[in-house]
Design a protein around this ligand. Structure first.
Ligand SMILES: [Zn+2]
Length: 359
């Protein structure tokens, strides 16, 4: 039985499909084969879809050498510890989290908070979620637990879901409630979470519509869905074609544009939907440049990566929709008297207030 069927029309908007990048190889994790994608012909959607039939066993085999097992890092000494505290000061100033830091961390946090890149870096660690005392969050595809570690540090009650058995046991060893399996299969109770978040997961999911519908079901009224994912409409995606790092064949099954991601969220029942480009996709830009030159992608660290991060940060300011990474921030339900939490979150979130809607 197929887990993912070759699409006959766009799974987001139903429009017919045209050719996308063809004959793409997996230069990142070395899965063999040449892979084709198709593109939705609707100019207002433009999603990219993998054009192959796949069984669950085949999909599982694509992850044999996929590495998400490095332990999470919460720096406890030196400059990196100061930086960690400074970003917590930004959580305090921009997203309402206690406590305020003291001394150098507060000063550094205030200074870094003036720079959009560092505001995004701080906010992304908490998936742009404003403070909600006692709030519960589910992270889907938590990998090495780094995201859950930041969320727990900020006071969230964190649960996670993952396919990978090694990730599950590492998360449990760190004291997290971790469930193994497919999020869309109904693992969590209806209305049991204040937030559902995922970083670079939705593009791996065979049925992203079912994934979003399940997120809507498990959220309480006023709750938030936050998803980070590559942007199929980015400048790099357009110029790199088959060499774009965001394709990541054959693990990425559906690669969204801002428009297709927003449409999918609205279709799942989310009322307030925003998509913005983040300045955090420098690694995609760097590795796309290497792939364009026929090189194997190099690790994202050091001076070279810093330059790409700076370029991406500039792009986020001057041409937000052309960033290599986008984030969807969607709320369940309108801000009514029955959903005061949602009303508060929307009203008090500077990140939402700052967000410029994309077309
Ligand atoms: Zn479409």
């Amino acid at each position: 039985m197929l887990a993912y069927a070759k699409p006959t029309c766009c799974i987001v908007c139903g429009t017919s499909l045209g050719p996308g990048p063809r004959g793409v190889e997996d230069k990142v994790y070395g899965v063999s084969g040449h892979w084709n994608l198709v593109r939705c012909q609707n100019a207002d959607c433009g999603a990219l879809l993998l054009d192959h039939d796949l069984t669950a066993a085949e999909i599982a085999s694509f992850y044999a050498s996929y590495s998400t097992h490095a332990p999470p890092v919460l720096a406890a000494t030196g400059v990196k510890y100061l930086y960690r505290l400074a970003l917590q000061q930004i959580w305090h100033d921009r997203l309402g989290y206690p406590p305020e830091q003291a001394g150098p961390a507060r000063i550094l946090g205030r200074l870094l908070g003036l720079v959009p890149y560092f505001r995004a870096e701080a906010a992304s660690r908490l998936f742009w979620l404003p403070h909600k005392p006692g709030g519960t969050v589910i992270e889907i595809g938590f990998g090495n637990s780094q995201g859950m570690a930041f969320l727990r540090e900020a006071g969230w009650q964190v649960r996670g879901v993952e396919f990978d058995a090694v990730c599950i046991s590492s998360a449990k060893a760190l004291g997290f409630e971790a469930v193994q399996g497919d999020f869309a299969s109904g693992l969590f109770d209806e209305g049991s979470a204040d937030a559902v978040v995922a970083s670079h997961a939705i593009e791996h999911v065979p049925d992203p519509g079912a994934f979003m519908a399940e997120a809507h079901r498990v959220l309480r009224p006023g709750g938030y869905l936050v998803l980070r994912t590559p942007n199929a409409a980015s400048r790099d995606a357009r110029r790199s074609g088959a060499a774009w790092r965001g394709l990541e064949v054959p693990r990425h099954l559906t690669i969204h544009t801002p428009a297709s991601l927003a449409a999918l969220a609205r279709h799942a029942g989310f009322d307030s939907v925003k998509v913005l480009g983040t300045p955090l996709g420098g690694f995609i830009a760097q590795q796309s440049a290497e792939l364009r030159q026929g090189q194997k992608p190099s690790p994202v660290q050091g001076r070279k990566t810093l330059l790409y991060n700076l370029a991406e940060a500039l792009r986020a300011v001057v041409s937000n929709g052309s960033c290599d990474e986008i984030v969807l921030i969607a709320a369940k339900g309108k801000c009514t008297a029955t959903a005061p939490a949602g009303q508060t979150m929307l009203a008090t979130s500077p990140q939402l207030a700052e967000a410029r809607p994309l077309r």
